[in-house]
Write a protein that binds this ligand. Structure first.
Ligand code: ADE
Length: 228
């Protein structure tokens, strides 16, 4: 998978995408992330990419021209399956959206800043708008990093044990069951017997039961959820 990201703050993205599982995905050649500074397409020598908003009001807006030129240039090299704008008024990211995007080959992500981007770019270029939650961040970069991480770990071969993404919370609309490691008795707090017994069928049943119980208690909405 190739992901291109357009941003005014490349530094904000470089670190989160250079460690752990994301690093492994890149090292294995399973994920290529190209971060593009929007200033490369600035309208003048001062690196201007934003301007005052029509109609007045506080906050700058990212201009059409740099964004359109950036997207046009990138599209000369790559055909994107989706052009995603990270924005708090987009569709809220969930595991189903992550699963479906992880099957794509080429994605372009646009990080907004200031008051947002000129609406015409949303109308004429953007094909998908994603929010990572009902709160406002200072820009789309951290949201893009979250999205890339959620997708990257789903790519076949990225995780050591390929089944581990399948047992994550939210796959099958269930939260993950509790997990334990050594010692089996810590301050008298004991690991459930069944996990020590070594019967894979019983363990699987126990995990399913705990996952269902936990989902009913904490996120009953997931048990009704069907739509993407
Ligand atoms: N940009 C600012 N806030 C955001 C959010 N919650 N999700 C995605 N992009 C954003």
């Amino acid at each position: 998978m190739q992901i291109d990201i357009i941003t005014v703050l490349p530094e904000l993205l470089e670190s989160p995408l250079s460690h752990s599982i994301m690093k492994r995905a890149k090292d294995k050649g399973l994920l290529q992330v190209h971060i593009h500074s929007l200033r490369k397409w600035a309208v003048n020598e001062y690196g201007q990419v934003d301007d005052y908003q029509y109609g007045g009001g506080a906050g700058m807006v990212m201009m059409c021209e740099p964004l359109a030129k950036a997207i046009d240039d990138l599209q000369k090299e790559v055909t994107y399956d989706a052009i995603i704008f990270l924005t708090p008024d987009g569709k809220t990211l969930n595991q189903k959206i992550a699963n479906s995007l992880s099957l794509k080959k080429n994605l372009l992500m646009i990080c907004g800043h200031y008051k947002g981007i000129d609406e015409r770019i949303r109308e004429h270029y953007v094909t998908m708008e994603i929010s990572i939650g009902d709160y406002v961040l200072s820009g789309g970069e951290l949201a893009a990093a979250v999205l890339v991480d959620a997708l990257g770990r789903l790519l076949p071969g990225v995780l050591n044990d390929e089944t581990s993404a399948l047992t994550d919370s939210f796959q099958d609309n269930l939260l993950a069951p509790p997990v334990y490691t050594r010692p089996s008795d810590f301050r008298g707090w004991k690991v459930p017997e069944i996990l020590l017994g070594g019967d894979p069928k019983k363990i699987e049943e126990w995990r399913y039961e705990k996952a269902t119980e936990r989902t009913k208690q904490r996120r009953p909405d997931l048990l009704q959820e069907d739509e993407v």
